[in-house]
Design a protein around this ligand. Structure first.
Ligand code: TRP
Ligand code: SF4
Length: 542
């Protein structure tokens, strides 16, 4: 594999910019970074997603991903939550899964194609792949009628299959039609409450109960690939879905029977305190306290006189409040010996499961009412054991799901790409000629005159047409994408010809895709998916 950095399309400051360069606009108000799954999805400053929401930069683990997809190499997939376990599984040939869902509110368009491609790529890397139609959500949150939903559902599935989803190996389902999913949703609902929905989604007294049900259904979607056995699972979505991902990660851990922590005595320490106490345990000698064992009170005494300099000698930096709180806990424990241990906390276990855990722990252990301390297990072994005992005793043992986030495409007319503005996007069902025409009339990052363009170069970073090349038309060919970019910013490429070339490629893509859609019809019909729902009920505006 070539060095990723050599094959990427880079801008002056060395960053990949495929978002139309909007990161520089200073009009970014606080509203622009609110992540709202049912609001308008634009992001004017992707950096804020890292700073304010704790999404991590994808670039930082690109090297750990085998044969990264071009959307990864080009920075279109810009962020992730906890993707490392998925990358590890991919490299080691372990089980992993990918799942995403689509609200059938309109035609699938080139923005959805990003997600289709992400699912398909993970499937090709060996993952169990799932694609779902979020029909309950479309009905309850968007007010679509069941007739409309059926029609659009078919179109999404055809495009997903036409782009390469292996439907015999993977699984496609509708939320409304999946009993196991509904059972899981019900179960997850018992760990979520209205106040939380209010805080996360801004729900209020007027929010319909069905809309809330569609949220627990999505939580169930996200954990569905782990129903048979827990495995790293990636959810490729736009960043507007991050609140859902965070909640799903939370619920996954709230469902667990046992927590596993590392401790040094009977009390619990937070991470900062633990680091401090670990350093003390490493370095302090019981002889200094005229004792055979290092006891809590000794460390408390030591911390009484500790200064940043003396702590530095132990190799830790600790804030004074951390020192104070750790000292208080140690003092309270008095003559208890300080001794590292791995602790299982009973969070949700049944009595049988707790007993089974105690039974399953080898070596020295101490059993309390709500926890068990063990002295011969590593934290990892303990995690593994906790999960196994949970599964054998009626639990799920979920791993927290991971996510990757792609940039939103800029609309062809500038502004945002929106399903409700046909000229702003290209539908996968658009007549190829119409696709051609839309590209021909797209806004560009070009200069006022050809002369100026030759002199200054075009602004590819702000050009929706360049985005089409980078996100779709160049396919896997990084050289081609880079050539378009370099020629544009170097002033060798003029917009007329550039758009003609893009329009032609778009026409070919649509022709080819629609042919494949037709071929996919038969396969889709042979799958066990009911695309003619018998459901009844009012639609209506929401
Ligand atoms: N809420 C998503 C949307 O607005 C659709 C969806 C439903 C989904 N369930 C999902 C996405 C699970 C990812 C994973 O489009
Ligand atoms: Fe955009 Fe192409 Fe014009 Fe450059 S030359 S600004 S990429 S249309």
């Amino acid at each position: 594999m070539p060095e990723a950095s050599e094959t990427r399309v880079r801008t002056d400051d060395g960053r990949v910019r495929t978002d139309g360069g909007e990161a520089e606009t200073d009009t970014a108000g606080a509203d622009d970074v609110a992540l709202d799954p049912w609001g308008s999805s634009t992001v004017s400053d992707y950096r804020k997603l890292f700073e304010e929401f704790g999404i991590e930069e994808f670039d930082e683990l690109l090297d750990e991903v085998p044969n990264p997809h071009y959307l990864m190499r080009r920075g279109v997939i810009f962020g992730h939550r906890d993707y490392r376990p998925v990358a590890d599984a991919m490299r080691n040939g372990d089980d992993f899964a990918v799942l995403s869902g689509f609200m059938p509110t309109g035609d699938p368009h080139i923005g959805h194609k990003l997600v289709f491609d992400e699912i398909i790529w993970h499937q090709q890397q060996g993952g169990d792949a799932y694609g779902l139609i979020a029909d309950l959500e479309a009905h309850s949150a968007r007010g679509l009628s069941w007739g409309e939903i059926d029609e659009h559902a078919r179109d999404y599935l055809l495009s997903l299959i036409a782009l390469g989803f292996d439907a015999e190996d993977g699984e496609l389902y509708r939320q409304s039609d999946n009993r196991e999913l509904q059972d899981l949703a019900f179960e997850l609902g018992s760990k979520a409450n209205f106040s939380e929905f209010e805080a996360i989604y801004g729900f209020g007294g007027e929010t319909s109960v069905s809309h809330m049900q569609s949220v627990v259904t999505q939580m169930a979607d996200i954990l569905y690939p782990q129903l048979e056995n827990p495995k790293p699972t990636v959810i490729p979505v736009g960043p507007d879905q991050d609140p859902h991902v965070r909640l799903a990660r939370d619920l996954a851990s709230r469902m667990r029977f046992f927590g596993v922590t590392e401790a040094y005595a009977s009390f619990e320490l937070d991470d900062a305190e633990k680091e401090l106490v670990a350093a003390c345990y490493e370095h302090l000698d019981p002889d200094e306290f005229d004792d055979h064992d290092l006891r809590c009170v000794h460390v408390a005494d030591y911390l009484d006189d500790a200064t940043p300099e003396t702590l530095d000698e132990l190799g830790v930096v600790a804030a004074s409040d951390v020192v104070a709180s750790a000292r208080a806990k140690l003092d309270e424990a008095g003559m208890e010996p300080l001794r590292p241990r791995v602790r299982f906390l009973d969070r949700n276990a049944t009595e049988e499961a707790f007993d089974a855990l105690v039974e399953a722990i080898d070596g020295e252990k101490r059993v309390f009412d709500e926890h068990v301390d063990t002295f011969e297990l590593s934290a990892e072994e303990a995690e593994e054991l906790a999960r196994q005992v949970e599964i054998e005793n009626g639990g799920y043992g979920f791993l927290p799901p991971s996510s990757i986030y792609h940039r939103f495409m800029t609309g062809l007319t500038g502004g945002k790409m929106s399903s409700s503005i046909p000229a702003s996007h290209i539908s996968l069902l658009d007549d190829p000629q119409e696709g051609y025409d839309k590209v021909r009339s797209a806004t560009t990052g070009g200069r006022e005159t050809a002369d100026l363009q030759r002199e200054l170069g075009g602004e590819a970073d702000k050009c929706p047409v360049y985005e089409l090349y980078a996100y779709l038309l160049s396919g896997d060919d990084d050289e081609f994408a880079k050539e378009v970019y370099d020629e544009c910013v170097g002033g060798e490429r003029l917009c007329g010809g550039c758009k003609e070339q893009a329009a032609e490629l778009m026409r070919e893509f649509l022709e080819d895709h629609q042919e494949k859609r037709e071929e996919a019809e038969e396969l889709l019909d042979s799958l066990d998916i009911d695309l003619d729902s018998k459901r009844r009920g009012p639609g209506g505006e929401h």
